[in-house]
Design a protein around this ligand. Structure first.
Ligand code: AMP
Ligand code: MN
Ligand code: MN
Ligand code: MN
Length: 282
């Protein structure tokens, strides 16, 4: 019997380099305080915070895994692919991420124009106040502006009433392809995992096609225990992991102390019968 205490592994979170609220070093410090043994920073479409987070983690005696969360368009919907163990200086990855980010400013200006048309002016400038990285203006920054302005009581309410399909402030985006995202991650020495599958609006047939294509491309993992899933979804995606032979991942998807439901390192462990994506890392 394996009597070693389980490692507290958190492989999904965001810093100010994307839409998180803490700087990379602050995130590492908070993770350590919360008892995290292994941390991955996975900013949206960005690797710019990885060197700072790695240095801070080293000082804290915490293992660090350089990561990224890539925005992908698949079958007309957005899917997030997490890359773990990527080289932050890989030229093809860095260039691919720069391309992926490049439409964000124009999209943000269109979002602001739509919000102005429903009586909420100044959203572009207002969102920008919350942005830590001028190349990465996201819907989260608009959500924070709408809360600050008193339009909604919290970020969750914003995403029910604005910025999503059919609501004011929604601008469709064409992100990276699944082929490119998995290719950049693997080319940079990393492994790819499907982030928070419970959030996608696909039919069972589409999910099957997504898993199949992802595996064909060399993807290996799926998030099972994430801040975006309910306990029922832990069970549902544990079954998916077994059925498709995915390695399982665990990550809080922490964005900020006041905003995130789940803090760094505070999720339940992976179900014991799954193979963790970190099984051969140490
Ligand atoms: P973007 O990449 O600009 O489309 O923004 C996506 C980000 O918006 C996600 O990574 C989340 O941080 C945030 N988000 C999306 N939907 C929700 C939601 N329902 N509640 C809170 N945050 C959300
Ligand atoms: Mn986010
Ligand atoms: Mn995501
Ligand atoms: Mn995320």
């Amino acid at each position: 019997m394996n009597m070693e205490p389980a490692l507290n592994v958190d492989l999904h979170c965001h810093s100010q380099v994307s839409d998180g609220m803490l700087p990379p070093a602050g995130l590492a410090a908070r993770a350590r305080r919360n008892g995290v043994d292994v941390l991955a920073l996975t900013d949206h479409d960005e690797v710019g915070g990885l060197h700072e987070a790695a240095a801070a983690s080293r000082e804290l005696g915490m293992r660090f895994v350089p990561g990224v969360e890539i925005s992908v368009t698949w079958a007309g919907e957005t899917v997030h692919i997490v890359g773990l163990g990527v080289d932050p200086d890989d030229a093809v990855l860095v260039e691919g991420l720069r391309d992926t980010r490049s439409g964000r400013e124009r999209r943000a200006r269109e979002m602001a124009a739509q919000l102005a048309a429903v009586g909420i002016p100044g959203a572009f400038e207002g969102a920008l106040v919350h942005v830590g990285n001028p190349q990465l203006i996201s819907r989260t920054h608009f959500a924070r502006f709408l809360v600050e302005r008193g339009v909604c009581k919290d970020v969750g309410e914003v995403f029910q009433n604005y910025l999503v399909e059919g609501k004011p402030g929604y601008v469709p985006m064409r992100w990276a392809t699944l082929l490119d995202a998995v290719g950049w991650i693997r080319g940079a020495g990393g492994v790819a995992a499907i982030a928070h599958p419970g959030r996608y609006p696909y039919t069972p047939l589409q999910f099957h096609a997504l898993y199949d294509e992802f595996l064909q491309l060399g993807g290996v993992g799926i998030e099972v225990v994430t801040g975006s899933h309910t306990p029922d979804q832990y069970r549902e995606y544990a079954e998916v992991a077994v059925r498709y032979g995915f390695l399982a991942s665990r990550g809080s998807d922490f964005h900020g102390p006041e905003e995130s439901r789940v803090d760094l390192g505070c999720l339940p462990p992976l179900p014991a019968h799954l193979t963790p994506i970190w099984h051969d890392w140490f």
